[in-house]
Design a protein around this ligand. Structure first.
Ligand code: FPP
Length: 237
């Protein structure tokens, strides 16, 4: 199918999985997989922007990932540091607003500052919206949302009566961002692993055995073709 005739998802979410296994297969340390995975995210971000996809959300570090070996966590944090810095240029190139979802309070102060800076400097862009989930967990997000909502209820800020989904969503990290249309998970696992639990209610899922460092434009087009095919067959429901 011609790439230009594809119905694109408005919001694409990706679970970037398989860096470690990809490296192991090549007799390299897991860290190498994360480095190549990071380079691939930079490239794919431009590919996705150039295709015209409006919203992209990626799962970079979960609330559970702190349990990994200390040196791996430290390496990932350093990669995020460097990557977020480089992301400033991407924001300009793609006219892209960047937001970090998740709880930033557990991150190192300099990383929190970088996040703040990147979010501020890109806040005026509206060509594309890029969300990076760092220290993110779907249940954690819901707990934090409910806590804020209960605080507002106590203060009398909320209207009395039933709390609707529309009200609840305003308290999520993704407030104002439409739900994903397509979720891709690379590297063979078929779970959502605590990603966007509320937001994935009606999302199409696409799983591939390809590991994240090997996931390129042609793999993305295959995923979008499958999504397009399902939409044409069943319509959006
Ligand atoms: C999955 O590989 C990836 C992660 C745990 C997160 C790290 C993601 C990247 C480094 C990509 C770039 C993202 C940013 C924001 C710079 P894994 O370690 O779970 O692989 P495995 O399942 O094979 O062990």
């Amino acid at each position: 199918m011609d790439e230009n005739n594809l119905i694109l998802p408005n919001h694409l979410a990706i679970i970037l999985d398989g860096n470690g296994r990809w490296a192991k297969k090549r007799n390299m340390p897991r860290s190498y997989g994360h480095i190549v995975g990071t380079d691939n995210l930079e490239k794919m971000c431009d590919v996705i922007a150039d295709m015209g996809i409006k919203y992209l959300t990626v799962y970079a570090f979960s609330t559970e990932n702190w349990k990994r070996a200390q040196d791996e966590v430290a390496l990932l944090m350093n990669l995020f540091r460097k990557y977020l810095k480089r992301c400033e240029k991407k924001a300009v190139r793609n006219h892209m607003r960047v937001r970090i979802i998740g709880d930033p309070t557990a991150l190192a102060p300099d990383l929190q500052e970088e996040i703040h800076y990147l979010e501020e400097m890109s806040s005026g862009y509206d060509q594309m919206y890029f969300q990076i989930a760092i220290n993110y967990g779907g249940r954690d997000e819901i707990e934090r949302a409910v806590t804020k909502l209960a605080d507002d209820a106590r203060k009398g800020v909320l209207p009395e009566g039933r709390v609707t989904g529309e009200t609840f969503e305003k308290y999520l990290d993704t407030a104002g961002i439409p739900d994903p249309d397509l979720l891709i998970r690379t590297s063979g696992e078929q779970r959502i692993s605590n990603f966007l639990l509320w937001q994935l209610a009606y999302t199409e899922f696409y799983f591939t055995d390809t590991a994240w460092p090997d996931f390129h434009k042609e793999d993305l087009i295959k995923a979008i073709e499958a999504y397009d095919h399902r939409n044409r067959r069943f319509g959006n429901a």
